[in-house]
Write a protein that binds this ligand. Sequence first.
Ligand SMILES: *[C@@H]1O[C@H](CO)[C@@H](O)[C@H](O)[C@H]1NC(C)=O
Ligand SMILES: *[C@@H]1O[C@H](CO)[C@@H](O)[C@H](O)[C@H]1NC(C)=O
Ligand SMILES: *[C@@H]1O[C@H](CO)[C@@H](O)[C@H](O)[C@H]1NC(C)=O
Length: 416
Amino acid sequence: MNKWGIVDIENKQLAMANTTVKLILMAFLFCAASVAARRARLYPTGSSAGTGGICKSLVVTQGYACQEHTVTTKDGYILGLQRIPASRSGQSAYKPPVLLQHGLMMDAVTWLMNPPAESLAFILADAGYDVWLSNSRGTNSSLQHTSLSPSDPAYWEWSWDELVAYDMPAVLQHVRSLTGQNMHYVGHSLGTLIALAAFSHKELVNMLRSAVLLSPIAYMNQVPSPLARSAAQIFLAEDIYWLGLHQLNPKGDAVNKLLKDICNIPGNDCSNLMSGFTGQNCCLNSSRSDVFLDHEPQSTATKNMIHLAQMIRTGTIAKFDYGNQDDNMNHYGQPTPPVYNMTSIPNDLPLYLSYGGKDLLADPADVKVLLGCFKDHDGDKLVIQYREDYAHADFVFGINADQVIYEPVMAFFRLH
Ligand SMILES: *[C@@H]1O[C@H](CO)[C@@H](O)[C@H](O)[C@H]1NC(C)=O
Ligand SMILES: *[C@@H]1O[C@H](CO)[C@@H](O)[C@H](O)[C@H]1NC(C)=O
Ligand SMILES: *[C@@H]1O[C@H](CO)[C@@H](O)[C@H](O)[C@H]1NC(C)=O
C-alpha cells in the first residue's frame, strides 16, 4: 500500500475505488496522502474528542507521565495542550519549559510520532525540560468552543491571523502561569509564521527565553512547489466555492476534488504527492507512515488555506484580504489588510532558524528574504542553520533529526 502519500492519481480507477483518499493535501506544510477505506476514520466533528487522546495513546504508552490541559482563548476556542513533566526514568523536569507548536494540518502528534529516541518531545523530556505541546484550534484535541460546535460554519471563521491574535497568547500565558517561568519556543512550518507574526508583541516576547524556527515559512512568493502553487491558484480562483466549505477536512470530498483539479493541470506530476508539496524528504522512515495516517492530517479552516494562498500570490505577510476595499475597511479600518512587520521582532530575542535545501515550501530563496529581516539582529543571539539534504518534513520526522537538528537546538537552549 502507498507509503507517505505516494498515490497514483493517474490511476483513476484506484482513486475512485477508494472512497476515502486520505490525502494530505495541502500544502504549505506537510502533506502526504493515502488511501484505503479500511483505514478510513471520520473526524469526530462535534464529538467528545478533546481530552485524553494524545497523552493516553502516544505518551503514556511510551512510559512517560503526561498531563492533558485545556485553555480557553479570548474568542472562545478551548485548546487542548499536553505536558510531559518528567523524563522516562521519572525524574521531574529541572530545566525550563519548552513549548512545541506544530504546522498546518498537523497537531501535537508531530513531535511524538517517531520512537522516543528520535522524537523531539521525548528527547527534551529525557534531557530534563518541561515539555508542552500545543494543538491549534480545529485539530482533534482542540475542537471545543464555549458556544460554537465544529458543525457551525462560524466555528471555522478564522485564518492564521486568529492563531496569532488568540491561540498564541492563550497558550503562552497558560504555560507561563503554571510553571512560573519563561519558555523556549519551537515551531515547525506554520508554527514559525505565527511566531514571527506574534513575537513583534512585547507582552508575548517577555514570556520567552528563545525561539527556534524549523523550516520557516514567512515570505512565500517564490515557493517552487508546483502543486502548492496550483492549489493556491485554485483556492483564489474559486474562493466563493471554497469559502462555502468553511472546514477543510483533508479526508473529505472537497479535498479529493481539489487534488484532481491540481493533478489535471498539464505538467503537474502527482505520482508522489508528498514530494510534490514538500520537496523530496531525505530521511523519513516509511514504516512510520501508518502511525502518521492514524493521526494526521487534521482539519483546518478553508479561510486559513485561502489566506496562505494569498501570500503565495502577493509575497507579502499581511492579514487576511477580504478582497475589496469596503470589507477590508469594515474589518481593519483601512482599505488594504495591515502588514505584519517582521523587523519589529526584538533584536535581542535569541533566535535559531533552520532551513533545508530541498524544501519546496520554506524554499531557500524565500528564507533568504526572511533572513534579510534579521540583518540587524544581535550577532550572538542569532543562529542560522542550513541543511542541504533536508526538505519540509525531515525537520520533524527525519530519522537523523535528533543529531542534525535537536542536538544543536538543545546546545542553543543551554546558552539562553
Ligand atoms: C481524536 O481523539 C480521540 C480521543 O480524544 C481519539 O479516539 C481519536 O483517535 C482521535 N482521532 C485522530 C484522527 O487523531
Ligand atoms: C523505522 O520504523 C520501524 C517501525 O517503527 C522501526 O522498527 C525501525 O527501527 C525504524 N528505522 C529507523 C532507521 O529508525
Ligand atoms: C517595522 O518595525 C521597525 C522596528 O520597529 C520599524 O523601524 C519600521 O519602520 C517598521 N516598518 C513598518 C513598515 O512599519
